[in-house]
Every structure is written in structure tokens, then in C-alpha cells.
Ligand binder design. Structure first.
Ligand code: ADP
Length: 773
């Protein structure tokens, strides 16, 4: 091939073929003519000879897609013209191409024996590189099919990577994958454009636009690479200096992309973009190297990716610049490099994910380990604390049981002398001889009142201590409210008379409801409220009691017309030992009653409330639950009311009294000394008592519970076990006087259980009952 450079790009075919210029052609022996960026036009000249007998169908192929103008001149068949010409190039619409192909093709037919001269004129503002091939038409067909396979493979790989990484992006929401697919798309665009595919398929009628797409595509490719690297290496935090460069390049490329579609002449922009390729490549490589130096292992894949890509570009560039000889595969090294780039970047991403995962695993392990340690520490601390608490609780329990025991012993010990005090005082009161003066009788009354007060105090303090120790229990059953009200009203009548207060029972007269409560404790509660209503009243005052039912609840209101309680003190009434101003007014009481009442009511799942204002009386309201079942038949706990002392037997009887306390023995002797037909035998311990009972078979036995040898219960058991004594009625008289004691006594088989201090009248009526039997 001969070549001529037309520097002014003005020569015509006629000028070229004239004697003036035809001698200026130089012989050119390379496969690939590359002239770089130039304003010159180039003329190629050759002659094709067909030595055969058949016409040869040939195709001349020029594969660089960006050449502006290519014209093939061949001798004309038309006698009026010397040459016929075929114009093509990327400045002309696609459908004007002589053969509709993404490369520039010219059909050439050489007749047998013909020697055909060819002139090819090339002009382009972009790099002029012209890989020319003269094909046999059939051979070209085969070659073209092969190329189509290569394209298929290339775009196939990119397509798969695109879809796969899009899928990863949507699933993992890792922005790196998005940049990666942007990068893949940019490679596809650059490749398709440089191979003339976008011109052929997308914008065939718009040659000017393709130049713009080419320019924008090249910048888009670089932009994709930078975005990926920027995010992949987190340059903002890890490599701030590179980050600034990246920002600069990103801005530059974005501007080029934008301007490519605006400016009139896009070629200067294209040249800038091409120049930036080198800067880009160096910066991307440097970033990878720095990351690698900093210990980022994933950077190895990244470096491999870009090295291969750059190597491809360099090889292609060397061929384009004519430094290396043309070879189809080497000429396409850029694209092979790009494919490898895509593959290695994908490895880099995968490696990065692995790295992140192993970091996460490590962190998880660390957290797990820390948690385990903390848990162990906590457990041992909890164990320590539990042990401390257990020890403290044991101490507290011990102290509490010591306290309870102390109080119950105290109560027992106080009741024993009180038995003598009240007993002898009662004897004096009952003195048949009437030889006490008025003053003496009044003094005896004082002893009895004070003794009883002391007794109340002992009972209440014991109750309170048992409540605080959680030892007080209630036995809930269905009880008739009417029975309880009758009982309490009866018990308070004499007190009301004493205080000059009238009781008004405004509850229905019939057995109007059953409630769920502990009968004894509820009696105690209502008794306390009625007593308070009377005590904290005025002479001529009133106490009303009424009930109202609503749903499953019964409300019991106890209202008085006393002085009431002022607002600031009302909250204190349920606190133990709070007597407000009662001490000053000289009203008897302990200040514990309402505290016990509140506890008892809450044990019975009820509530108590008070409303009062100073000078207007008070109303205490109890709320309890109604019961569906009829009231249980109330057991007669005491025989006190059944025996009538006037019916005291006249025949001779022996009564055995088992008691160790001499004063109590003496008291009992005095009590029975009033009845000549009763012989009181005394035993000072349990076993003696049993012995005497067996020997003398008394009409009844009065048994103390705390005895020096065996307890009253054990003695009772022995008596019941022996035929001779089994039928003798035994009653208990004891200073163990809680409700539970009474209960226990009845269950053990005592006919009755009388608490000390003994109410003489009550004792006598029980005795009468027993003897009469
Ligand atoms: P006590 O009556 O033995 O003092 P309570 O616990 O029953 O103990 O009552 C505590 C205090 O509440 C009483 O001292 C009294 O000041 C006040 N209080 C109780 N009931 C009434 C009432 N109905 N009217 C006025 N004050 C009352």
C-alpha cells in the first residue's frame, strides 16, 4: 500500500492521480496505519490483481468506528467519469453505508485478469488509525460470524455480571454493588460505541449524536471506576487526600458528560476525556497500592483488576500509535482487560464481604465471650447476695420468731398473775358477805376495770405482733351477717348505756345476707368500730349501723355523732399506737384497734375506709364480698351461756383441778369454797392429775395447759386413753389465750376452753353444764 499525506486536506482524486502528486506516495508495509490526532487527510493507494478465471467478490473493511470520512475511489465504468466513489464515515447516516455493518465496509468486484487500482481517502479529527483488511467475501462472512460470537460472549459476561450484582445490591443493600453495576454498564457502553454498535442499533440516523455519546461514554466509564474505588476504599475516611482528587475527577467527568450533549463541537471535550484516562488510571492504581500498604488485603484483587485493564488499554494504544504490530486479539486487549477487570473487581467485592463477615464473626465472638464473663460474674454476685440475704433472712426470721415467742410468753406470763388479780377482785365483787364498804366496792371496780384494760392491751399487742410476723391467718367461711351484727350489738349495749349513747340498728331484721369472712375476726372488727363510735361520742350521742348491697359487695357503715377527726389527722387513725388526742381527753384505749382492724379486713379480702370532719362525727365503711352459699352452721364455741349457775347441782361432786401456780390454786379454792357440795382436789402437775383422776374418778377435771411435766394436751390424751377416765369431762383453763389456742383446745377434745384471767361467772356456768350432764 502506498500512502500520501494531504496536509491541507484539499486534494481531489484527480489531483492525487495527476503527475504532480502521484509521485509523492510512499510505500507503507505495515498492516495497520495509525497517524494519531491530525488535521491532514490521508490517501492510500493500491492495485488489486485478479489472476484467476473467475471474478473475485471482495470486501474492504476498516474497523475503527470513529473515522469521520472514508471514501473509496475505483476506476469508473462510466466513460464520462474517470473514478466512481463510495463515501462513508461516522458523519453520514448509517443507512448511507454501502454495506449495513457496524464497521466500514466496501464491496469490491475484480473481473478475471483485471488489475484494479484503489484509492482510499481518510480524514478524521479523532485519532486516525485505520486497520484495513481486504477480505474474500465468503471469508469475511465466516469472520463476521466469529466476531458476533465474541461480542455475544463479551456482552453475555457483562449482562450476567450486571444482573447478578444488581440482585446482590437489592439483597445486601451494599452501595458498592450499585457502583459496580454502573461501572459494568459504562464498559458496555464504551465497547458498544467504539465498535460502532450504538450507531448501528441505537442512533443510526444521528451521526453527530454518536460523537457526543462516545465522548460522554468515555467519561462515564472513568466516572464509574472512580465511584467504585471511592466507595470501595472508603476514601473519605481512609484516604482523604485521594478523596479530594477523586472529587475533582468526578466533577470533571460529570461536567464532560453534561457538556458533551450541549456544546457545538464535542471533539475538544473528547480529547480532554481521552487525556484524563491516563490520570485516572494512575490515581486508581495509587489508591489501590496505598490501601494495600495500609493492610487492606482485598486491595490485591483490586490492583490485579486495574493492572489488567490498564495493560489492555496500553497494548491497544501501542497498536493504535503504530508502535506494536497489529494483531486482532492484541488490538482488542482493552476489552479482554475490561472483562478481567470486571471479574477481579467482583472477586474484590466478594473478598470484602468475606472480610466484613469474619470481622462480624469476630465481633460476635467477642460479644459472646464478654456476655459469658459478665453472666458468670453476675451469677456469682447474685449467689453471694442470695447467701447474704438468706443469712439476713434467717437472722430476721429468728429475731421475728424470738419476738413472737417472747410476746406470746409475755402474754402468758402476764395473764397468769392477772388471773389472780382479776379473780380475787371478782371474788370480792361477788362477796356474799356484803361486808365491803361503798369505797371498797368502788376500789374493787377500779381493779377490775384496769385489769380488763391491761388484758385488752395484752391481747391487742399480741395480735399486732402476729400480724406483723405474718402469722395471723383467717379461716374464711360463709357467715350470716345478721348473726354477727346481733352478737356485736349485744356485746356493746352495756358500754353504750355507760356512755349515754344510743345504738340505732338500721339493718334489715331478717337474715338478709351471707358474707365471706372469718366470723370471729369480723366480730372483733365490728366490735372495735362500734366501741370507738361509742367511746369517741358525746353524752346523748348516737351510733348508727346500716348496710347496703351492690353486686357482689356488701357495705357496712358505722356512723357516729361524735367529735369526728380533723382532715390532717384522719390518715393516722390506722397506724398502730396513734391515738390522736384521745389520751388528752382521758378516753381509754390502746391505739392499736384500728391497725388490727385494717389488717384483718385486708386478710379477709375486704377494705375499710373512713370519712369524717371535725365536729361532724365519723363514718367507718367496711366492704366485704357476698357469699353464694348459705352460712355455715355456727359452732357453739363456748358453753358459757348454756350452763345456768342457779341450777348448780346440790349433790356432792368432786372436781379435779390440775394447776401448778399456787396463787391460781388458791383462787380456784376460793371460787369453789362458795359451793359446799363441791370438793376441789388439786394436782400440781399433769401426771399426778392423771393418777388422781384414775383413782378418784371426779365429776369433771379443770386442766391448765402449761404444766411442769407433761402439757395439758398430753394429760388429756392419757385420760381419754384410759377406760376409767375416758368419759370424765375435761375443760381447759389457760393463759394461752389466742383464738388459735381456743380452736386447738376444742379440737383436742376439751369440752370447753376458758382463757385466763378467768371470768368466774363464765367458769361457773361451764362447770354447771358439765356436772349436770
Ligand atoms: P383506741 O380506740 O384504742 O385508741 P383505735 O385504733 O381503735 O385505738 O383508734 C385510734 C384512734 O383513732 C383513736 O385513739 C381515736 O383518736 C381515733 N378514732 C377512732 N375511731 C374514732 C371515732 N369513731 N371518732 C373519732 N375518733 C376516732
Amino acid at each position: 500500500m502506498d500512502v500520501l499525506e494531504d496536509k491541507a486536506a484539499t486534494l481531489s482524486i484527480n489531483a492525487i492521480t495527476s503527475a504532480e502528486h502521484s509521485g509523492n506516495f510512499r510505500t507503507f508495509r505495515k498492516l495497520f496505519a495509525s497517524w494519531g490526532f491530525t488535521d491532514s487527510a490521508y490517501w492510500y493507494r493500491t492495485t488489486i490483481v485478479n489472476p484467476g478465471k473467475e471474478p473475485r467478490e471482495l470486501v474492504l473493511e476498516q474497523t475503527t468506528s470513529w473515522i469521520d470520512s472514508i471514501s473509496l475511489y475505483t476506476p469508473s465504468d462510466d466513460p464520462t467519469k474517470e473514478f466512481s466513489v463510495i463515501h462513508t464515515g461516522d458523519r453520514l447516516p448509517f443507512n448511507q453505508r454501502p454495506i449495513k455493518h457496524h464497521n466500514f465496509l466496501f464491496p469490491i468486484t475484480v473481473a478475471p485478469g483485471q488489475s484494479l487500482p484503489l484509492y482510499l481517502r481518510i480524514e478524521s479529527r479523532a485519532a486516525v488509525a485505520t486497520p484495513l483488511t481486504l477480505w474474500d467475501r465468503d471469508a469475511f462472512g465466516n469472520h463476521d460470524r466469529t466476531i458476533a460470537y465474541y461480542f455475544g460472549a463479551f456482552f453475555g459476561v457483562l449482562g450476567i455480571m450486571f444482573v447478578y450484582n444488581l440482585f446482590l445490591f437489592l439483597n445486601l443493600r451494599d452501595i458498592n454493588y450499585l457502583y459496580y453495576i454502573i461501572f459494568i454498564s459504562s464498559i458496555a457502553l464504551v465497547f458498544a460505541t467504539s465498535k460502532g454498535l450504538t450507531f448501528m442499533y441505537l442512533w443510526p440516523d444521528d451521526p453527530g449524536f454518536i460523537e457526543r455519546v462516545q465522548t460522554a461514554g468515555l467519561s462515564f466509564y472513568q466516572l464509574g471506576g472512580i465511584l467504585f474505588a471511592k466507595n470501595f476504599f472508603d476514601t473519605r475516611n481512609q484516604h482523604p487526600r485521594f478523596n479530594n482528587l477523586f472529587l475533582f475527577l468526578l466533577t470533571g467527568h460529570s461536567l464532560i458528560i453534561l457538556l458533551a450533549f450541549i456544546v457545538k463541537d464535542v471533539i475538544p471535550l473528547a480529547n480532554i476525556s481521552i487525556a484524563m484516562v491516563q490520570i485516572n488510571a494512575i490515581i486508581l492504581l495509587a489508591t489501590g497500592l496505598q490501601a494495600w500498604r495500609k493492610g487492606n488485603q482485598t486491595a490485591r484483587y483490586y490492583l490485579a483488576a486495574w493492572s489488567l485493564s490498564i495493560l489492555g488499554i496500553v497494548i491497544t494504544a501501542l497498536i493504535l500509535l503504530g508502535v506494536m504490530n497489529y494483531n486482532f486479539f492484541l488490538y482488542n486487549a482493552t476489552f479482554v482487560g475490561s472483562l478481567l477487570d470486571v471479574a477481579f473487581l467482583s472477586f474484590a467485592l466478594a473478598d470484602r464481604i468475606n472480610l466484613l463477615r469474619s470481622e462480624k464473626d469476630h465481633a460476635r465472638l467477642l460479644v459472646h465471650e464478654t456476655l459469658r464473663k459478665t453472666k458468670n460474674e453476675l451469677e456469682s454476685k447474685v449467689a453471694e447476695r442470695t447467701a447474704d440475704l438468706r443469712a439476713a433472712k434467717e437472722i430476721a426470721d429468728h429475731a421475728s420468731s424470738v419476738k413472737s415467742e417472747f410476746l406470746s410468753n409475755m402474754s402468758h406470763e402476764l395473764r397468769t398473775p392477772l388471773n389472780s388479780i382479776l379473780g380475787f377482785a371478782q371474788l370480792l365483787e361477788l362477796n356474799d358477805a356484803h361486808n365491803l364498804s361503798q369505797t371498797q366496792q368502788e376500789n374493787v371496780q377500779h381493779i377490775i376495770t384496769s385489769g380488763n384494760h391491761l388484758l385488752c392491751l395484752i391481747t391487742d399487742v399480741l395480735d399486732l405482733s402476729r400480724i406483723e410476723a405474718g402469722k395471723l391467718t383467717v379461716s374464711m367461711e360463709s357467715v350470716s351477717l345478721r348473726d354477727i351484727l346481733d352478737n356485736t350489738l349485744q356485746l356493746t349495749t352495756s358500754l353504750a348505756d355507760e356512755y349515754g349513747v344510743t345504738l340505732y340498728d338500721q339493718t334489715p331484721a331478717d337474715d338478709f345476707c351471707s358474707i365471706y369472712a372469718d366470723a370471729t375476726r369480723l366480730t372483733q372488727v365490728i366490735l372495735n368500730l362500734l366501741t370507738n363510735g361509742i367511746k369517741y361520742n358525746r353524752r346523748g350521742g348516737k351510733v348508727f349501723i346500716d348496710v347496703s348491697l351492690s353486686g357482689k359487695t356488701v357495705e357496712i357503715n358505722i356512723r357516729d355523732t361524735g367529735q369526728g377527726i380533723s382532715g390532717d389527722k384522719i390518715s393516722k387513725v390506722f397506724q398502730p399506737f396513734e391515738r390522736i388526742d384521745s389520751d388528752k381527753k382521758g378516753i381509754e384505749g390502746t391505739g392499736i384497734g384500728l391497725a388490727i382492724t385494717k389488717h384483718l379486713i385486708s386478710l379477709m379480702d375486704g377494705s375499710i375506709a373512713v370519712s369524717s370532719s371535725h365536729g361532724n362525727g365519723s363514718t367507718f365503711t367496711l366492704r366485704l364480698t357476698l357469699s353464694d352459699s348459705p352460712p355455715s352452721i355456727a359452732e357453739k364455741r363456748s358453753l358459757a351461756q348454756t350452763g345456768d349457775e342457779s341450777a348448780f347441782p346440790s349433790e356432792q361432786h368432786q372436781i379435779l383441778y390440775v394447776e401448778d401456780n399456787t396463787l391460781n390454786q388458791k383462787l380456784m379454792r376460793h371460787i369453789f369454797s362458795r359451793h359446799k357440795n363441791i370438793e376441789l382436789i388439786i394436782a400440781d402437775c399433769g401426771l399426778k392429775g392423771v393418777e388422781i383422776a384414775k383413782a378418784s374418778k371426779p365429776s369433771m377435771i379443770i386442766m391448765d395447759i402449761r404444766l411442769p411435766d407433761i402439757s395439758g394436751y398430753q394429760a388429756l390424751k392419757l385420760l381419754k386413753s384410759m377406760r376409767e377416765t375416758a368419759s370424765i369431762p375435761v375443760i381447759a383453763v389457760s393463759a394461752n389465750a389466742t383464738i388459735e389456742d381456743l380452736e386447738k383446745g376444742h379440737q383436742a377434745g376439751f369440752v370447753d376452753y376458758i382463757e385466763k384471767p378467768v371470768d368466774i361467772q363464765k367458769l361457773m356456768s361451764v362447770v354447771t353444764h358439765c356436772i349436770q350432764k
